[in-house]
Design a protein around this ligand. Structure first.
Ligand SMILES: C[S@@+](CC[C@H](N)C(=O)[O-])C[C@H]1O[C@@H](n2cnc3c(N)ncnc32)[C@H](O)[C@@H]1O
Length: 237
C-alpha cells in the first residue's frame, strides 16, 4: 500500500492528476479521499485508538465485570477501541451485541471540503473488523442524539467518546439515561482535568469533567471512579 502521507508521493499524485482533477473540479485531498473510500480499503489510522493503555484496561475490565448483553460505543473514529471490545467479548464467549455509532464519512463527507481526510470511513472500518473474524456488531450512522431512533434494546454498557463539550456531554448522557438498563455502566472518555486534551476542554467550558460532576450531583449517575481521562459511571434509576 503506498504511503499517501509521503510528501514526495503527494506531489507526484498532485502533478499526475492535475488535469483530471481540474476537469472534475476536485482538490488533491478530495481525490485521495475518494480513492481510499472506493479502492484502497485502508487508512494509516485504521484500528488505532487514542486511549492510553491504562484507559483501555479500565474499559475492558469494566466490560468484563458488567458482562453486558448490549454494548454501545458513541464516537468510534477508526475503530481501535471497538475492535478491542469485540475481541474481549469473544475471548469471554459473551453473547453481547455491540453497536457503534459515528457520523463517519456518511453524515460528514470530508471530500466535500478543501481540507483534511481524517473522517473515518464506515465501510473501511467494517471490512477491517470482519477481516479479523469479528461479527455480532453493527456500525450505525448518526449523531449521538440519534441513538434512541437506532437501537431498540436496553443498553447495558456504553462508552462515550464523541463530542467533548460540556453541553454535548450533558445532552448525550441525558438522552442515554432512559435508554440504559438499570445499573448500567457508562464510561466517559476525556472526563478528567489533569491530562490533555481534557485540561483544555475543562478550561474552555467545563468540558466533560464538569458535565460529569454536575450530573452526578443531580443524582442521576454514581461516579464509580475517575482515573486518567476516564470516568466510570453507574446509572442511578
Ligand atoms: C475521539 S474519536 C473516538 C475515538 C474512539 N472511541 C477510539 O477509542 O479510538 C471521536 C469520534 O466521535 C465522532 N463524533 C463526534 N461528535 C459526534 C456525535 N455528536 N455523534 C456521533 N459521533 C460523533 C467523530 O466522528 C469521531 O470519529
Amino acid at each position: 500500500m503506498p504511503n499517501l502521507h509521503s510528501p514526495s508521493l503527494l506531489h507526484k499524485i498532485a502533478a499526475v492528476t492535475l488535469p483530471a482533477r481540474k476537469s472534475m473540479g476536485l482538490t488533491r485531498h478530495q481525490l485521495i479521499h475518494r480513492w481510499r473510500k472506493h479502492v484502497s480499503h485502508s487508512h494509516p489510522q485504521l484500528m488505532t485508538t487514542d486511549l492510553y493503555p491504562e484507559e483501555t484496561r479500565m474499559l475492558l475490565e469494566a466490560f468484563e465485570k458488567a458482562r453486558p448483553a448490549i454494548y454501545l460505543e458513541v464516537g468510534v473514529f477508526w475503530g481501535g477501541t471497538f475492535r478491542n471490545v469485540l475481541k474481549r467479548r469473544d475471548e469471554l464467549s459473551l453473547p453481547c451485541k455491540c453497536f457503534a455509532i459515528d457520523i463517519w464519512d456518511e453524515l460528514y463527507d470530508p471530500s466535500d471540503t478543501t481540507h483534511g481526510t481524517g473522517q473515518p470511513i464506515k465501510d473501511i472500518v467494517r471490512r477491517a473488523l470482519v477481516s479479523e473474524g469479528l461479527g455480532g456488531f453493527e456500525l450505525l450512522t448518526g449523531l449521538s442524539v440519534d441513538v434512541k431512533k437506532l437501537i431498540s434494546e436496553k443498553i447495558d454498557f456504553a462508552f462515550h467518546d464523541a463530542n467533548h463539550t460540556y453541553a454535548a456531554l450533558v445532552e448525550d448522557l441525558d438522552l442515554l439515561h432512559p435508554l440504559l438498563a438499570d445499573g448500567a455502566t457508562v464510561l466517559v472518555h476525556n472526563a478528567g482535568k489533569e491530562y490533555e486534551p481534557d485540561k483544555t476542554y475543562y478550561k474552555t467550558d467545563g468540558g466533560p469533567y464538569q458535565a460529569v460532576m454536575d450530573l452526578v450531583a443531580q443524582g442521576k449517575w454514581e461516579l464509580v471512579t475517575l482515573e486518567y481521562r476516564m470516568a466510570v459511571l453507574k446509572r442511578v434509576p
